[in-house]
Design a protein around this ligand. Structure first.
Ligand SMILES: NC(=O)C1=CN([C@@H]2O[C@H](COP(=O)(O)OP(=O)(O)OC[C@H]3O[C@@H](n4cnc5c(N)ncnc54)[C@H](OP(=O)(O)O)[C@@H]3O)[C@@H](O)[C@H]2O)C=CC1
Ligand SMILES: CCCCCCCCC/C=C/C=O
Length: 329
């Protein structure tokens, strides 16, 4: 008999999540029926969306939402062999049973040398967010200037590298000097620490005196309010995330976007990566190819131990991660 461990939401987050908001549960799993398989999580993802989605989709006592790379440990389903790796969306659990319908096998050409954890990051949902957000929302073109914030994170680091591949100039902002050094190492043309610059407005202007054609916004709030004034005429803003607002108990107030939107004739579009679920394979194959060619570099912030999931999640929200934050079970 297998006893799974799982993290539940004990108490809805009030402001910044605390470790006391989580509860570690033990769940006894039944024997497999025909068509079912038993899986163990090998890597679990901690993502910003878990913060706003917990309020929208969960009640207290529910297992935390999320995705994992899991290994098949027992199979009564001929489509899945023991040892195969899949991506699943079964929340913060060590083990689970599936009928296979909710599982995505890793691409069949996944190289043995490539860590499977990347299926939660650069060659997974965050990478796809960068890919479709840049191509379909920003509609970047060679020679343009792209601005991205939370640039050293899972999505932002891929945004910058794809924009370079696409022939753009890239400016990235991140919250520590180490992150800024990393951005320069992976090819960003300009990068600065938004926490230590005297004036964000001046820093953005210095990095690109002519302004920005594309702004891939992961942060929202005050940063976005300042950056919008540095857009070029007909610029495009991809509203990907608003992490600076996820922990607010009281909604932030303006400045408001209408005047620069009108006078610069901007386009601003919010999106969810799930919009392109039907093109997932296209995106994964493109990302996998660039990673294998060394054109897209990957960094992961790996926290060891399932018991440390809440800490890893809270740490990511505080900006402690460089690259994709994952937990190794
Ligand atoms: N629309 C969609 O479909 C998707 C949207 N997203 C969004 O993309 C964004 C990035 O996600 P992801 O790459 O997974 O996460 P990251 O790996 O970038 O981790 C989050 C980062 O956000 C930064 N951050 C935290 N708080 C603030 C703040 N108050 N102001 C500025 N930056 C802050 C921190 O970096 P720093 O040190 O630089 O502050 C932190 O490391 C999030 O907003 C997320 O919700 C992600 C996936 C899909
Ligand atoms: C339980 C798995 C849910 C996966 C959802 C992935 C969609 C992410 C969209 C992100 C939005 C903002 O961060």
């Amino acid at each position: 008999m297998v006893i799974a461990k799982a993290w539940a939401l004990k108490k809805h987050f009030d402001g910044f999540p605390k470790t006391s908001d989580f509860d570690l549960k033990k769940i006894e799993l039944p024997n497999l029926k025909d068509g079912e398989l038993l899986l163990e999580s090998v890597f679990l993802s901690v993502d910003p969306y878990m913060r706003p989605y917990s309020r929208r989709d969960m009640k207290e006592g529910d297992i935390m939402i999320g995705t994992q790379v899991a290994r098949v440990v027992e199979s009564k389903n001929p489509a899945f062999t023991v040892g195969a790796f899949v991506v699943a969306g079964r929340g913060w659990r060590t083990h689970f049973i599936s009928d296979g319908k909710d599982l995505q096998l890793l691409p069949s050409n996944w190289p043995e040398s490539l860590p499977v954890s990347l299926a939660l990051g650069t060659v997974g949902m965050p990478g796809l967010t960068a890919y479709f957000g840049l191509l379909e929302v920003c509609k970047m073109k060679p020679g343009e200037t792209v601005l991205v914030n939370a640039a050293a994170g899972a999505v932002g680091s891929v945004v910058g590298q794809l924009a370079k591949i696409g022939g753009c100039k890239v400016v990235g902002c991140a919250g520590s000097d180490d992150k800024v050094a990393y951005l320069k190492k992976i090819g960003f043309d300009e990068a600065f620490n938004y926490k230590t610059v005297k004036s964000l407005d001046e820093a953005l202007h210095k990095a690109s005196p002519d302004g920005y054609d594309c702004f891939f916004d992961n942060v929202g709030g005050e940063f976005a309010s300042v950056a919008i004034n540095q857009m070029k005429k007909y610029g495009r803003i991809a509203v990907c995330g608003a992490i600076s607002q996820y922990n607010d108990s009281v909604p932030q107030k303006g400045p408001y976007v209408q005047l620069p939107m009108i006078f610069k004739e901007l386009r601003m579009e919010g999106f969810l990566v799930t919009q392109w679920n039907s093109r997932r394979e296209e995106g994964l194959q493109a990302l996998l190819k660039w990673v294998m060619e060394g054109k897209v570099k990957c960094h992961e912030q790996v926290t060891e131990g399932f018991e440390n999931m809440p800490m890893a999640f809270i740490g990511m929200l505080k900006g402690e991660n460089l690259g994709k934050a994952v937990v190794k079970v």
